[in-house]
Design a protein around this ligand. Structure first.
Ligand SMILES: C[S@@+](CC[C@H](N)C(=O)[O-])C[C@H]1O[C@@H](n2cnc3c(N)ncnc32)[C@H](O)[C@@H]1O
Ligand code: SF4
Length: 419
């Protein structure tokens, strides 16, 4: 009674102030009590939706590959984003670093994949299974990297990247784990300091080791169980005898996978002499062929995943799985490689531009006649694209097949999740 009288006598403005205050308090109570639950429900509904879209897209892609259909209805399963063309190192085998000289005259954004280009790719996100944030340069030079990672993870996409690891700052390492990055591959071409620094010009062996160690400690501290830390090495005459050592190192450090690539001859005249002097010889390859079964056993014993990418002449080993279809390369049905400035290619080895994101949408490019023609070329077996010819000649399609299997496998895992 007294309270009613008090309200009645209160001036209007004061009354409204109190009403607002009570409303706010009640809303805060509601927010505290129910909002997290509502948000969780929205998140789960969004996840379910992505799951259904990705599942359907995957089924359509499988049909298109098995039917050798070049006029497709599905979207890519996998995208490589060249987040940076610039690099902090000048590795002896990599033609990419020669771009560094150019960037001084072209401004600081030259070579960096911009948020505008990233935005052009977002229509693919609901369909995408995986995205690798690396191309020809060093991804940690891209200042937007964590923002890109966050957006991709929001769409339930497997995100990984390949790095020289030298620029990995502590706060970035923490953020990567917090944001749930799925895979980080460190390129180490030797475990001997002297040789490593001779190959990876401008890098310091101790810095790389410290950075990997820190990432592991953050993974443990933050319980980032899903982040896979792996290593990769380019095998040349100088380091190919270190393979066993790499496997042991991986096992000692808790690294899940070691990836070995042979030195690739990029079509760059300045490197021809270097390739002649450093590519594995026939004799090296024969030695490898006899050692590999042992290395496979050794890596199994140490529980390290041993991946040998496109080595000519040794792809007939029984351990190598074969893709069930008979298309020699499925990249044009599954994958896009996007350069820092927005050119779309099928993969990092094929420099043919199939479209330009500054002039066209990503969907138009993916469903374009140009992409379709390349698919037709592959199914016809009369391949004329010089990059594809080079790839097939050097047996690189084996690696691509492995990649597809990985995609299919990760999709299968993804599909098996219960919601
Ligand atoms: C071009 S780099 C870009 C990512 C990062 N800067 C790095 O070094 O990991 C990607 C991978 O290509 C490898 N690579 C560079 N030149 C190569 C060549 N000629 N043949 C084979 N692999 C090469 C690197 O060792 C690295 O593992
Ligand atoms: S760090 Fe990577 S991109 Fe840079 S020069 Fe070395 S291999 Fe090439």
């Amino acid at each position: 009674m007294f309270f009613k009288l008090f309200l009645f006598l209160m001036p209007r403005k004061v009354k409204e102030f109190f009403k607002k205050l009570i409303k706010n308090i009640l809303r805060d109570e509601f927010d505290k009590k129910y909002l997290p639950e509502v948000e969780m429900k929205i998140d789960r509904t969004e996840q379910k939706l992505f799951h259904q879209i990705k599942n359907q897209n995957f089924q359509l892609s499988k049909l298109a590959v098995t039917d050798k259909n070049s006029k497709i209805q599905h979207y890519p399963l996998s995208v490589y984003l060249e987040t940076s063309l610039k690099c902090n190192l000048k590795c002896i085998m990599c033609p990419g670093h020669s771009f560094n000289k150019e960037d001084k005259t072209k401004g600081q954004d030259f070579g960096i994949l911009s948020p505008e280009i990233f935005k052009k790719i977002t229509p693919l996100f609901p369909y995408l299974d995986r995205c690798i944030l690396s191309g020809d340069g060093e991804p940690f030079l891209n200042m937007h990297l964590l923002k890109y990672l966050k957006e991709l993870k929001r769409h339930q996409i497997f995100v990984g990247f390949i790095t020289n690891g030298i620029l990995l700052k502590k706060e970035t390492a923490t953020k990567l784990i917090e944001l749930g990055v799925d895979q980080i591959t460190f390129s180490i071409d030797s475990l001997e300091k002297e040789l490593y620094e001779k190959i990876r010009v401008n890098a310091k062996f101790e810095i790389l080791m410290e950075n990997i160690k820190y990432l592991f400690s953050e993974k443990e501290r933050l319980n980032g169980l899903k982040t896979n830390i792996t290593i990769a090495a380019v095998l040349m005459r100088s380091n190919y005898k270190e393979m066993r050592k790499f496997i042991k190192f991986a096992s000692d450090w808790g690294i899940n996978q070691v990836l070995f690539n042979p030195l690739i001859r990029y079509p760059d005249d300045r490197y021809l002499r270097f390739y002649d002097d450093n590519c594995l010889t026939e004799e090296n390859l024969q030695n490898l062929k006899t050692e590999i079964p042992d290395l496979i056993d050794y890596s199994r014993k140490l529980r390290v995943d041993f991946v040998l990418a496109f080595f000519p002449g040794i792809r007939d080993l029984p351990e190598r799985k074969k893709f069930k279809g008979d298309i020699i390369c499925s990249e044009p049905w599954t994958t896009m490689f996007i350069t820092w400035d927005g050119h779309v290619r099928t993969c990092c080895l094929n420099e043919t531009s199939l479209g330009f994101l500054k002039e066209d949408s990503i969907e138009n490019i993916w469903f374009s006649k140009k992409y379709q023609d390349l698919r037709d070329e592959i199914t016809s077996g009369k391949i004329v694209n010089p990059f594809c010819v080079n790839c097939i000649k050097t047996s690189r399609q084996d690696f691509i097949i492995n990649e597809i299997e990985k995609i299919l496998f990760s999709m299968r895992e993804f599909l098996e999740q219960t919601w």
